[in-house]
Design a protein around this ligand. Structure first.
Ligand SMILES: *[C@@H]1O[C@H](CO)[C@@H](O)[C@H](O)[C@H]1NC(C)=O
Ligand SMILES: *[C@@H]1O[C@H](CO)[C@@H](O)[C@H](O)[C@H]1NC(C)=O
Length: 285
């Protein structure tokens, strides 16, 4: 697991802390948000993923195994009660995908994919024993990215196969948008859009390192990177809306509040009418 963590932390390399000065507000586009600390513990919370019906946020964090080794642990937090719970039984648990239509919660670790039952609080083994799961994604089909070869797999008729079009390169992040079914992916070389009609890869940015791709409840696409958070303005392209370089992950709860994580905290950004003097948000570093 050490190498996996090393790669992940490189991708996530944190620079500086979020502000904790007198005015604890952040601005995204023209909206101001108040920061509420949801979880401030240990480890590095990442891969945040909201389950809307129960208003819980699933995530993974690092736990020290021995003096020199670390491992991953999956957990979730109820956004209403702030109740925290570890998910037992998944070694190296680090990835989450939710099928919002069938309410299936898929979790991945260093030994395959599991299905999580919110009622019994049990993770049952699903498929791909022996496979180290780097990432999971669900849009009509279940996808996973294997580690360490970073290959994208799709489940068709109950069986997983490598996605042919993506076979010749690595994939670290993968996302298909809800409405337009646009295909985005990222790897260590850059951030790309896959043109499904022309079977062609278009480069969006070959400088940034993408940490997570997420959609809000209105279908706007957010990309969390080492240079800040970007939003897809469609015709105008991607625009930076949050200049913090230490955001690891982001998701949106059932009320469309932004939930982000930095190196040791999970923070809820709650929409508010009052902001800070504008100068504060220009450059935080
Ligand atoms: C936030 O507060 C902590 C402890 O009070 C301090 O060490 C840190 O430098 C502060 N960060 C910022 C960005 O002001
Ligand atoms: C990342 O994807 C691009 C576009 O498909 C590809 O050209 C590049 O070789 C990939 N990088 C790696 C490290 O696989």
């Amino acid at each position: 697991m050490t190498l996996k963590l090393y790669i992940m932390l490189n991708a996530l390399a944190c620079i500086q802390g979020l502000p904790n000065k007198t005015c604890d507000r952040v601005k995204i586009q023209d909206r101001w948000y108040e920061m509420e600390i949801i979880w401030a513990n240990f480890g590095r919370p990442f891969n945040l993923y909201a389950h809307k019906t129960t208003n819980t946020v699933f995530f993974s964090y690092t736990v020290p195994e021995t003096y020199s080794d670390v491992d991953f642990q999956l957990a979730f937090i109820d956004m209403d009660t702030k109740e925290f719970q570890n998910i037992a039984g998944i070694r190296g648990g680090c990835s989450v995908a939710i099928d919002h239509v069938n309410e299936d919660i898929y979790l991945g670790g260093s030994d395959g994919i599991y299905k999580y039952n919110m009622m019994t609080k049990l993770a049952d083994f699903y498929k791909e024993a022996g496979k180290n799961i780097w990432a999971l994604f669900f849009r009509r089909n279940l996808f996973y990215i294997s580690y360490p070869d970073q290959k994208l797999h799709i489940e068709i008729d109950g069986k997983f196969a490598i996605v042919k079009e993506f076979e010749s390169f690595e994939v670290d992040q993968f996302h298909v948008t809800t409405d337009s079914e646009d295909i985005y992916f990222a790897n260590k070389t850059g951030f790309y859009k896959y043109d499904n009609a022309r079977l062609k890869v278009n480069v969006i940015n070959d400088v940034i390192t993408v940490r997570q791709i997420a959609e809000d409840n209105d279908g706007d696409l957010y990309v969390c990177t080492n240079l800040g958070v970007f939003i897809d303005l469609k015709n105008e392209g991607f625009k930076k809306v949050l200049d913090f370089k230490n955001i690891y992950s982001l998701t949106f709860d059932k009320d469309n509040n932004v939930i982000i994580s930095d190196e040791k905290r999970i923070i809820k950004l709650i929409h508010t009418m009052t902001g800070c003097p504008d100068t504060r948000n220009v450059d935080l570093h």
